[in-house]
Write a protein of this length. Sequence first.
Lengths: 647, 247
Amino acid sequence: MGSPVAERSQSPRLDSKVPSGRLQEKWDIYKNSVSLVSPANKRSHHILVVGSGLAGASAAATLAGLGYNVTCFCIQDSPRRAHSIAAQGGINAAKNYPNDGDTIWRLFYDTIKGGDYRSREANVYRLAQVSNNIIDQAVAQGVPFAREYGGMLSNRSFGGAQVSRTFYARGQTGQQLLLGAYQALSHQVSMGRVKMLPRREMIDLVVANDRACGLIARNLITGELERYAGDAVLLCTGGYGNAYYLSTNAKNSNVTAAWRCYKRGAFFANPCYTQIHPTCIPVSGDYQSKLTLMSESLRNDGRVWVPKDPKDSRAPEMIPEDARDYYLERRYPSFGNLVPRDVASRAAKKECDEGRGVGETRLAVYLDFADSIRRLGEHTIRERYGNLFEMYERITGDNPYKTPMRIYPAVHYTMGGLWVDYELQSTVPGLFVLGEANFSDHGANRLGASALMQGLADGYFVIPYTLGAYLAGTRQSDQVTETHEHFATVEEEAGARIDSMLKNKGDKSPTQFHRELGRLLWDHVGMARNRTDLMSTIDAIENLKEEFWERILVPGSADRYNKNLEFAGRVADFIELGSLMARDALRREESCGGHFREEYQTPEGEAARDDEAFADVAAWEHTEQDPALHLEQLSFENVHLTKRSYK
Amino acid sequence: MIINLRVWRQEGPESPGKLVDYTVPEASEHMSFLELLDVLNEQLLADGEEPVEFDSDCREGICGSCGLMVAGIAHGPQKRTAVCQLHMRSFKDGDTITVEPFRARAFPVIRDLVVDRSAFDRIITAHGYVSVTTGSAPDANAIPIPKDTADEAMDYATCIGCGACVAACPNGSASLFTAAKIAHLGLLPQGEVESPQRVTAMVNQMDAEGFGDCSNYAECEAVCPKGISVAGIASMRRAYMKGLLSG
Ligand SMILES: Cc1cc2nc3c(=O)[nH]c(=O)nc-3n(C[C@H](O)[C@H](O)[C@H](O)COP(=O)(O)OP(=O)(O)OC[C@H]3O[C@@H](n4cnc5c(N)ncnc54)[C@H](O)[C@@H]3O)c2cc1C
Ligand code: SF4
Ligand code: FES
């Protein structure tokens, strides 16, 4: 992996393009100096937006509103079903409506600190700056956020923040924000400015003259491969949490679009940064197809515990107080049950690893509401969490008013993603990456309620400026059409890949491969990682990849709706990504945020960050041999790096 | 538990379909209904047969992708539950369960249990939005909205666009879906401004798509996984008539 000295230097390929000037003024300076595209010219530019989640729908609607000619793609049968729809808890903004001392600076600071100082100051500050516009925009679209009796918007505190800055719509904030963006998109469709193409999967990127100039998509109903040329491609395809097979992500969430772009020259940044959410419903059996999140707001009133004695098999209600270990309250007296996600997840894993897990699988801990029900009454608890309790009961058959919930951590979000500069442009000119698909704003750990904020910030308020800057610098002669030879070549390659999967007629289904990959990643590139296991996992994944191409079994044909064929292609890409995740985790010899290396911990078992050696972004370049590492050094001019402590 | 399934198999929109019998010998009461179909599909794959195609995504009752007639009921026997959240403990060992696609004139079958619900998107495109472009919004607290109003708007806004209401309706009407969007936006001051145009455009589109009329069967409300109230349909009708008279 090269000499340590070379490793630590800034790569000339990674120019972050952060404007000069004071942190608070950078975005204004950028906007004031950026070239604009004239209205007449906007119409002549065709923009391809891949994805219709918060990032994609907001970008497509906004760009079309500005006059660009937009085509938008999504996998689902309707753009309204993108994975963003499932977000529950809320969205942050520095409105300071409760007058509790919140400011843009504080939102910025909390996000940088929460990310364990592994993100770019200027991007995060801009995110905090535009956060307020998002709330205004959503309300104007008719998003029915929760309100107080006086008619004003209601806020709650979320994810351990000391201020109340989270806006929410019951437990369905993502749904309501996405429907707002979807409706804005539909408005533009009705005006003829957006062509919406659902049930399409981007399966490759076309690059010509060193620029992204289009893509190949598979029509998921007819199976046809279709060519689309455009002046820029916006990748808004979400995160890669499903690499683990079991996660809280929707079944169709995948890395394929991003991975294909990686193979065409876009660098992949920090793939090892994944977020494991502490409060999910535990796995119940081998048939498990996905995991369900229980909002983290439950930790406000629930107490986490396990029996002190691993052999204690009594029903939880029968275990007396002195035989219980409220381990979060014991280990973190000042934050208790409200420690950040990564800390809570690791603590639960530790209890289970040491044999104190509960339930049939012993891979769960209790989240107990008995005290709160005694203190506040069942009515209050029902008011606060009624829908979550119902959901829990529907899935497990247990009534959490009577018996503690069983919870266990699950993969939830991925902070890593394609590398982008301040303009959200990847290392391939003309390829922009928005939302969870990019690596930009959350460092090594994302705070609750900030992914929705980032997706919408990127789409509504950032890309309209930065895309203009790019287009203003392109020439008519750069434009290519679908007849360009590169389209034919890429289409052929994509078709050949599909054929080889179908023709193989092996004996193992895509799901079987996916499960195996998931198990490897969960065990060794999950909540705790170490050198030995990571090295052996890289080999194991290499073997799995070989086995995939020898034994994959895909039924049916390519010329029709074929879910197994879709999945097989995605699993093949997840396998390759898995190897890169392990490599990245191996390179990062420190513990930070969601990345915990067992070798790098304090005597008390807490994460030990190494700012001297690793205050950087690791961006990987695809090559014919091993992936090549490029580093972007992070410089902190405005915040002082401190150790996160929740004791 | 052993579960017997009779599943609708259909190659394409034009091909005839039929019910085919299968048995899943090792089902568990803890699995969801879609996980049962996953298990069946792995079984079919191993036997060299073609798996059953069906749509799903979030598997937690919020995206609206899933949608099946289970034992003759849209989303199955459990109230206010999308089929992805239906668990096998709702059934007994040895049960035989019929599984069919959502059927309606406006929802053609694509393959097996997968149907085309794009008509819903076209109804929203007709005017299921507030005509506001990015950047032109006033401060979010500029217009106070009574809590009860916001809550009622939210009740309607929770529609997941699954189409169960259409599948359950003897007329194949999309009235509950359309009325839910009209009520959600019409209740809020931001959306109220365009209400008259919205109602006319959306109702006309609903007709153009081949959805039937509403005859007050209220089957839609009974199967709706989000419990959307039929009260919205009455208001939609009144508003539509008013539009006709004044327009
Ligand atoms: C259960 C759950 C709860 C959450 N709760 C919160 C919360 O309370 N607050 C918060 O801030 N965040 C929350 N998050 C995180 C947040 O929801 C996501 O990070 C965010 O919604 C991602 O948005 P996105 O637009 O980047 O991508 P997505 O919403 O994932 O959209 C991806 C889009 O890309 C399309 N796509 C993907 N691949 C292709 C392809 N190859 N070709 C064509 N189209 C493609 C998909 O069809 C889809 O339209 C939650 C996440 C989960 C899983
Ligand atoms: S009204 Fe109910 S049944 Fe109809 S689409 Fe909406 S959620 Fe589904
Ligand atoms: S799969 Fe999303 S609602 Fe059922």
